[in-house]
Design a protein around this ligand. Sequence first.
Ligand code: PGA
Length: 247
Amino acid sequence: MRIYQAKDYNEMSRKAANIISAQIIMKPDAVLGLATGSTPIGTYKQLIDWYNKGDLDFADIRSVNLDEYKGLPADNDQSYAYFMRNNLFDHVNIKKENTYIPNGLETDTELECSRYNHIIRSLGGIDLQLLGIGNNGHIGFNEPGEAFEKETHCVKLTENTIQANARFFENIDYVPKYAYSTGIKNIMQAKSILLVASGKSKADALYKALFGPITPAVPASILQLHNNVSIVADEDALSLIKENQCI
Ligand code: PGA
């Protein structure tokens, strides 16, 4: 595991975008596992900037997103499909038919999960999986306690996650209670993983994930067992790790 330190959010975003750029340049038809949430927004902005300067080409890139709220249509402005269009897809030359996100409107859970697993497999697996981390240590919507061996599944969101995401909704009652998420197994099968973290609210989760015991209680701790993980985090997110002199 490599830990890249950044002084702040902007530097974190630039360093993370550099790693994604390298992947795109080395393999122009790479399969990118993409993430939503506030942390990767700056990374996407930087990629868009380099695309506009002519340094990046997304024409043959394929993408698979980690998760989607169950019950939200793709045109709802809180859906992750909307987020991806708004923050990346509409601003680069990726082909929309090469971008995959779970279908939040599919009510047949089993059907949707097996359809999504099949997509990931048929693309040949994920080359680079981008991840944020929840302040409870979740990755994707794999909440504490989830079995490590799960593939795409329907998740009942924890109260902690509902509260953390309420800021994006009119009020907390509008936050969906369920989501489709790729599982830890899908994430661990990616050839490489890039986790981004920023801010003091992530310090505890990041410390436990990288230097604590490997346990389903901290889903991100499984990343210690992956052989190609890069962490890009700012000083605030790394504060506990530094305080404990782990790096
Ligand atoms: P955030 O979410 O980037 O909005 O903090 C990260 C996550 O929950 O995975």
